[in-house]
Design a binder for this molecule. Structure first.
Ligand code: ADP
Ligand code: ZN
Ligand code: ZN
Length: 733
C-alpha cells in the first residue's frame, strides 16, 4: 500500500486552461488563495493554490514537490477565488492569468511580500543600574538606547541610522534583552487632511440618497442617470459616508484618475484619511500599499481604475462605478473582461449594492433596467440650474475648412473669447496630420508592420504608427519616385494647435493629448489658465471628454465627428451620441450659458438632426430600437475568436478548424456563426489577424456551446506561430 500524498493544483500565469499539480509536504498548511514557489521547467514560477486533495502516491510518480510557501495566509480570500473562477469561466480566460490580474504587481513575483508599514523601535522602561552597565560595556547600544528613550514616538530605520551607521546589531541585542520593542506605523500616502463638511444636498439628491440607502443590505444595481454637473459625485459621497459609518468598505471605480488628483482630494477632504487610490500612474509599491491598507481595513475607500475592482476587502459594502458607459472599463488586451459586469457579479455574490453613474448610461445598463434587481434614478438638472448647452450643427458641406475649422466656427470662437469665455475644441486625433502622401506616384506613409498609415508628428519630424509605435524620420523626398514634394492631409491636434495660435495670438492655446501631457503634475500645470478663468482655447482628444469640471468654458466645438456616420463599428452611433453629450456637457457649467457646435458635412443625417433636439434618453431609445430589429447587443450576445498568426492563411486555417467544431456543436443552430474573415486591420505589429464570431439572442445557447467548445480547443490554441484569443461580449464585432 502506498501512502496517500497531498496533491495540490496550482494556477500559473500561462495562456493555458489547465492547472498544474504538485505534491505538498505533509503537515504544511495549504489554503486556496496562497502563493507558492514551484519548480517549473528549469526555473521557478509562482503559483496560486486552487485546490488540494489526498491521493495514493503511486498515481503520481512524476509529480514534483512544491518548493516553498510564499504567504502564511491566503492572499486571495475564498470570495475572490470564487470570483476569479467565475470570471475565467464566463469570459473563457485562463484561470492563472485571471488570478494574476487579481494580485497587485508586487505579489506576481516569486517572492514573499514585504511589510508596507514602517517599522518603529521604542525603548521600554529600564532600571538605572542596567543602563549604567550598558554604558560601560556597550557604548553603541547605549547611544541607541538613549536616543530611543528620548523620542516619545520611537525611531524608524532612517532615524536610527543617523545615530549609528551600524545600528542593526545593537538594536537586535537590545530587542533580545526586552529593552527595545519593534512596532509598526502605517505608511499613509498623505499625513493630514482638513475635513470639510459637504454641501446641503438638493431635494433631488436627498431623495435619491434616502431611496438608495434604504437598500444597502442587499444586491441591487442602482443606475444613476444624471446630466454632467447634476451632483452625482455628491450622491456617491453621501452613500460612502453611510456605508463607512456601518463599518464597511467601498470600491469606487472611475475611468481615469491619474490626471485628476482633485477627485482624490475631494474624497479625502470629505471622508478623511481612509481613502487610498490605485491606478497606473502609481508605482508598484504605492499600488501594493493601497491594496494592503484596504485589505487590512486601514482604508475604507479605494478609488481607482478597472483593476481596483479586484481589491481584497474584509467587509465590502458598496461598489460605485462612475461614467459606467466608458469603454476603458472593458479590458481589451491580456485577459478580456468588463469591469462593470464583473463588479455586478461581485456585488451579487456578496449581496451588496452597486451604483452605476453616468450622464450617458450604456445601452446595456439601460436595457437591463427591465430586470428585477435594477433601479433607475435621475438627476435631470444641474445643481446650479445652469442649462447644458443645446447642440447646434454647423453645415460645412459647402464651405472650405481651414485646418479643420469652418469659418462659422472661427467666428464663434472669436465671439466667445471677446466675451471673456473659454473655448474647448474636441478633435480625437493626435499628431499633426494622419496621412502623408506623394502626389506624383501615390506613395503613402504606411506602417511596415501594420495595415495602417503612420501619423505625421511635425514637432519631432517623424512618422509614427499609432498602433505599434514604430517611427521613422519624415523622408525629404518620395521614397518611391524621388519627387521632392510630399504632402500631408487631414488635421490632428498638433496642427490645430499651431493654426489657432496664429489665428488667436493674444490668447493661450492649450493642447491636451497623450503626446502633450505626460503626468498629472504636467496636466495640472497646463490647465492652470483654464482654472483661473482667463479666455483661452483648449484643444484636445478624448482625454478632455472625461469628467473634468471647468466652469469657465462657454463654447465647445466638435470637429470631425462625421467618421462615426460611415464607420463599420456597430456601436459608432452610440459612441458619437455619448461623446457629443459628454464633451458639450463641459460648456456653461457656471452662470455663463454655454454653446456647443457640431461641425458636419451631413447636416441632414437623421442622427445629426436628432442630436440637436433630442435628449439622451430619446436618442438611445432610437438606437436601441435599431439594435433590437437586427438582433444585436444588448439584444444578443456575441463571442469573437481572433487568431493572430505569422501568415493570414494560417490564421484562417485555425479558425476554419474552430468553425468545424462549432458547426458540429451547433446542431440545433441557435447561434449564428460569422466568418472566419480577415480582421478589419488585418496586419498589426507584423502579425496577421482573422476572426470568427458567434452571435445569438439566446444567452443559454451561447453558454452551452462555449462550455462544450472549451475542452476541445486546446489543439487550436497558442503556438509561437499562431495565437487564439477569445472575447466574450466584445465591444466590437
Ligand atoms: P457630477 O458628478 O454629476 O458631474 P458633481 O457632484 O461633481 O456633479 O457636482 C457638480 C458641481 O456642483 C460640483 O462643483 C459640486 O461641488 C457642486 N455641487 C454638487 N452638489 C451640490 C449641492 N447640493 N449644493 C451645492 N453645490 C453642489
Ligand atoms: Zn512618389
Ligand atoms: Zn504599425
Amino acid at each position: 500500500m502506498s501512502q496517500p500524498a497531498k496533491i495540490c493544483s496550482f494556477a500559473l500565469s500561462l495562456p493555458v486552461y489547465h492547472l498544474f499539480d504538485y505534491e505538498l509536504l505533509e503537515g504544511a498548511k495549504a489554503i486556496p488563495g496562497m502563493r507558492f514557489k514551484l519548480p517549473f521547467g528549469r526555473g521557478q514560477k509562482m503559483g496560486v493554490l486552487v485546490a488540494c486533495q489526498e491521493q495514493p502516491i503511486s498515481q503520481h510518480k512524476n509529480i514534483k514537490a512544491v518548493l516553498t510557501k510564499l504567504d502564511e495566509e491566503p492572499l486571495l480570500s475564498s470570495h475572490l477565488m470564487q470570483l476569479a473562477c467565475w470570471l475565467a469561466d464566463y469570459y473563457c480566460q485562463p484561470l492563472g492569468e485571471v488570478l494574476f490580474q487579481f494580485l497587485p504587481g508586487k505579489a506576481r513575483k516569486v517572492e514573499p511580500l514585504t511589510e508596507t508599514r514602517v517599522q518603529i523601535w521604542t525603548a521600554n522602561p529600564i532600571e538605572d543600574e542596567i543602563l549604567m552597565s550598558i554604558r560601560r560595556k556597550a557604548p553603541r547600544q547605549y547611544d541607541v538606547l538613549l536616543a530611543l528613550k528620548q523620542s516619545a514616538n520611537g525611531l524608524n530605520a532612517a532615524e536610527l541610522r543617523q545615530i549609528h551607521e551600524a545600528w542593526h546589531q545593537p538594536v537586535k541585542i537590545l530587542q533580545s534583552r526586552g529593552l527595545v520593542e519593534r512596532t509598526y506605523r502605517e505608511n499613509l500616502s498623505f499625513s493630514k487632511v482638513n475635513l470639510q463638511p459637504g454641501f446641503k444636498l438638493t431635494e433631488n439628491q436627498q431623495k435619491i440618497c434616502s431611496q438608495m440607502s434604504l437598500l444597502t443590505e442587499q444586491f441591487l444595481v442602482h443606475l444613476l442617470q444624471g446630466v454632467t454637473g447634476s451632483g452625482k459625485t455628491e450622491v456617491y459621497l453621501e452613500l460612502m459616508l453611510q456605508v463607512i459609518q456601518q463599518g464597511k468598505q467601498v470600491i469606487y471605480l472611475v475611468p481615469e484618475i491619474g490626471l485628476t488628483p482633485q477627485l482624490l482630494e475631494r474624497l479625502q477632504s470629505r471622508l478623511g484619511q481612509g481613502v487610498v487610490s490605485s491606478h497606473s500612474a502609481l508605482t508598484d509599491l504605492q499600488r501594493y500599499q493601497s491594496w494592503d491598507q484596504f485589505k487590512r481595513g486601514i482604508a475604507q475607500v479605494i478609488i481607482g481604475t478597472r483593476s481596483a475592482l479586484f481589491s481584497e476587502s474584509q467587509n465590502l459594502g458598496l461598489i460605485i462605478i462612475d461614467e459606467e458607459h466608458d469603454a476603458s472599463f472593458r479590458q481589451q488586451d491580456g485577459i478580456r473582461y468588463h469591469a462593470r459586469d464583473v463588479a455586478i457579479k461581485r456585488a451579487q455574490m456578496l449581496d451588496i449594492p452597486v451604483v452605476l453613474g453616468s450622464a450617458t448610461p450604456s445601452l446595456e445598463s439601460l436595457h437591463n433596467l427591465s430586470k428585477p434587481h435594477y433601479r433607475l434614478y435621475r438627476l435631470d438638472t444641474r445643481v446650479n440650474n445652469s442649462k447644458p448647452p443645446t447642440i447646434e450643427l454647423l453645415d460645412c458641406s459647402q464651405v472650405p475648412l481651414n485646418t479643420g475649422c469652418s469659418p462659422q466656427l472661427l467666428k464663434a470662437i472669436k465671439q466667445h473669447l471677446n466675451a471673456q469665455g473659454q473655448v474647448l475644441l474636441y478633435l480625437n486625433r493626435r499628431g499633426f496630420a494622419p496621412v502623408v502622401m506623394c502626389h506624383e506616384c501615390g506613395w503613402q506613409s504606411s506602417c511596415y508592420q501594420c495595415d495602417a498609415r503612420m501619423t505625421l508628428h511635425q514637432s519631432v519630424n517623424k512618422l509614427i504608427c499609432h498602433h505599434c509605435g514604430f517611427s521613422v524620420m519624415v523622408p525629404h523626398k518620395c521614397p518611391d519616385c524621388g519627387v521632392k514634394e510630399i504632402r500631408h492631409y487631414g488635421v490632428g491636434t498638433q496642427q490645430l494647435e499651431e493654426f489657432l495660435k496664429l489665428q488667436f495670438p493674444t490668447v493661450e492655446v492649450i493642447r491636451i493629448d497623450r503626446d502633450s501631457v505626460k503626468s498629472s503634475k504636467h496636466f495640472e500645470l497646463k490647465m492652470k489658465p483654464v482654472r483661473e478663468g482667463n479666455p483661452c482655447i483648449l484643444v484636445g482628444t478624448q482625454m478632455l471628454a472625461k469628467g473634468h469640471d471647468y466652469p469657465h468654458i462657454t463654447l465647445v466645438g466638435l470637429l470631425d465627428s462625421d467618421q462615426a456616420l460611415y464607420s463599420s463599428f456597430y456601436r459608432a452611433s452610440e459612441r458619437l451620441v455619448q461623446t457629443v453629450l459628454q464633451v458639450s456637457g463641459r460648456a456653461g457649467r457656471a452662470e455663463k450659458k454655454g454653446q456647443a457646435l457640431l461641425q458636419t458635412a451631413f447636416p441632414s443625417h437623421p442622427l445629426m438632426l436628432n442630436l440637436c433636439h433630442q435628449s439622451y434618453s430619446e436618442l438611445v431609445t432610437g438606437i436601441l430600437q435599431e439594435r433590437e430589429m437586427v438582433r444585436f447587443p444588448p439584444y444578443a450576445r456575441v463571442v469573437t475568436f481572433q487568431v493572430d498568426a505569422v501568415e493570414l492563411a494560417l490564421a484562417m486555417q485555425k479558425l476554419d478548424q474552430l468553425k468545424q467544431i462549432l458547426t458540429e456543436l451547433n446542431t440545433a443552430s441557435p447561434v449564428k456563426i460569422i466568418g472566419p474573415m480577415p480582421a478589419l486591420m488585418t496586419r498589426r505589429i507584423g502579425r496577421f489577424r482573422a476572426q470568427l464570431s458567434i452571435l445569438s439572442d439566446n444567452t443559454q445557447a451561447i453558454r452551452q456551446i462555449l462550455q462544450q467548445l472549451m475542452p476541445k480547443i486546446q489543439g487550436i490554441r497558442n503556438t509561437a506561430k499562431s495565437r487564439l484569443t477569445i472575447d466574450v461580449d466584445p465591444l466590437d464585432l
